[in-house]
Design a protein around this ligand. Structure first.
Ligand code: ZN
Length: 261
């Protein structure tokens, strides 16, 4: 069985952290059963990909959760890189409609290089053997969708930028692994982001085998993401870790280990 993993090309979020590069902001690179997917290539994604000696030509898909610049800045350059400078059209680009329509973040000249799929609530698609579904539209300031990726070791859910709302937990129920963007310690209703207590509530309701917090704004960085993750582990009994730049987490397959006994 191939080992699956996520590598964080950044763990920063929010204006102050991203604009000052207090943490990198390149999104995350998934290798799921040998299928390579780049999720949310924010500023510096291309640079970090090369620093980590990953090969853009190995990518099978790029997915945008939404159009904000800390999630989409490098989408065009990464599309060119995935397609060998445009000479080898291939791969998928999966994005919400408002990334393609008015004031698009996906430039028209890269579009013929890839297979473009527009996300809508409930969309089920696949990249190679990996099944991907978008269970819910989150509550952010533009069209925002977080996928559930299904692969041999289980299901991985990604809760992108959103304010808390009760249906979120139900949409991600049953995932084995969960990545959550946690920008703030306290809520500011104007900017529609999860705070740390809401992240804890989601972890407690969804109860994955493991949760990874990322996309930290200044408030969370000041409060130590590691300390916050430990606190959530203590309160919920779920293993929670804080992402850091260049962190690689492997997804094991507990069932296949059981089969050895
Ligand atoms: Zn956003």
């Amino acid at each position: 069985m191939k080992m699956s993993s996520v590598t964080f090309l950044g763990s920063g979020g929010g204006r102050m952290v991203v604009l000052n590069q207090l943490r990198s902001s390149g999104g995350f690179w998934l290798n799921l059963d040998g299928v390579n997917i780049l999720q949310d290539p924010g500023p510096g994604s291309l640079v970090m990909v090369h620093k980590l000696k990953l090969k853009p030509r190995d990518l099978d898909a790029i997915i945008l959760s939404h159009r904000h610049i800390d999630h989409s800045n490098d989408v065009n350059v990464m599309t060119e890189a995935m397609t060998g400078g445009g000479f080898h059209p291939r791969g998928k680009l999966i994005a919400p409609p408002d990334c393609l329509n008015s004031d698009p973040v996906i430039l028209e000249y890269v579009r013929p290089l890839v297979d473009i799929i527009e996300i809508k609530k409930g969309l089920e698609t696949s990249v190679g053997e990996v099944k991907i579904k978008f269970p819910i539209k989150t509550m952010h300031t533009c069209d925002t969708f977080g996928p559930i990726y299904e692969f041999s070791a289980g299901k991985l859910g990604y809760i992108p930028d959103t304010e808390y709302f009760p249906e979120l937990a139900g949409a991600y129920k049953g995932v084995d692994y969960l990545i959550i963007n946690v920008v703030r310690m306290k809520t500011d209703t104007r900017i529609k982001h999860l705070n740390i207590s809401e992240a804890e509530k989601l972890v407690n309701e969804i109860r994955p085998r493991k949760a990874i917090l990322t996309h930290f704004g200044l408030q969370v960085l000041k409060a130590s993401p590691e300390r916050q993750a430990k606190k959530i582990t203590k309160n919920t009994g779920i293993e929670v870790i804080a992402a850091r730049d260049r962190l690689k987490v492997e997804f094991d397959d507990e069932e296949s280990l059981d089969n050895w006994v």
